[in-house]
Design a protein around this ligand. Sequence first.
Ligand code: ZN
Length: 304
Amino acid sequence: MNCPLCGTSKSLIVRRSDLQDLKKAWLGSFGFDPFPSDYVVKQIDKNRCASCHLEFFNPPLYGDAEFYAKLSKYPWYYEQNKWEYDVAAESVTSLLPENLLEIGCGNGYFLEKITPLGVGAEGIDINKDAVAACKEKGLQVDAINVFDLTKSYDMVVLFEVLEHMESAKALFDFLTTKLIRPGGHLILAVPNPDGYLKELDVNLLDMPPHHNSSWSLNCFEQLQSLYGLTLVEYKKEPLRYVHYHSYLQYVISSNANISTPTWKSRLFNKMQALLIRMLAPLTYLNGRERIDGQTHLVVLRNDR
Ligand SMILES: [Zn+2]
């Protein structure tokens, strides 16, 4: 499989996962199997492009509406206050674009946040329920495919959307030649592959059918030569307490190696919970110094 961003055929396999193991892990963690019943794939590989450093999954698999409906039932899935909203709002305040488009705006929390700045803010999303909720709040949002847009904008923003999208190459071509005016800005926030996610062996949500690509700072830097997008700002989210908690949980249970539920494992789980409750507040600040948080954000200028 060629790199979806730069098209080169040279890439390294950085991790191989067995589909049966993933199915079992999904059932254990989320109570359902997200893979199609007629899916014939045996393994999913994470590849790293030798040229642009994008990490992408082979074969890719994009979750359908039913998959997202199941995930979005979890209260943590759509958060109202996100670190990246505050950081991007600061960029909007300093760059003061005349108009702005958010791709994948969900329930419109970011658009609501920047409304007081008087920017002509619009959004698009493929989720019709989310669009209806935005319209009820008086936001200018449509259920339209990004490639069907004909207007151009001073600023385009995508929060936690890029890693779910197909055809990265076509998207960046469209963004830089049609959607963003010359000299306009693009803000991207994605999971930080060098943050705490790196410490976890397998993160089910950071692979198909949820995420299909992984974007490091190194990869964003390549966007200058590939698409004329100049990196003007880079920010990393600090490690959040809740993520530090799950990190500790992972470190302790992966060293325990208990798989079948017995009285011993139940006792272990109780001890683990107690230990983490005691340990986390004491070691969190130190952990925050050593480990980056979940998300990172770039501001890029369209110099194409
Ligand atoms: Zn590449």
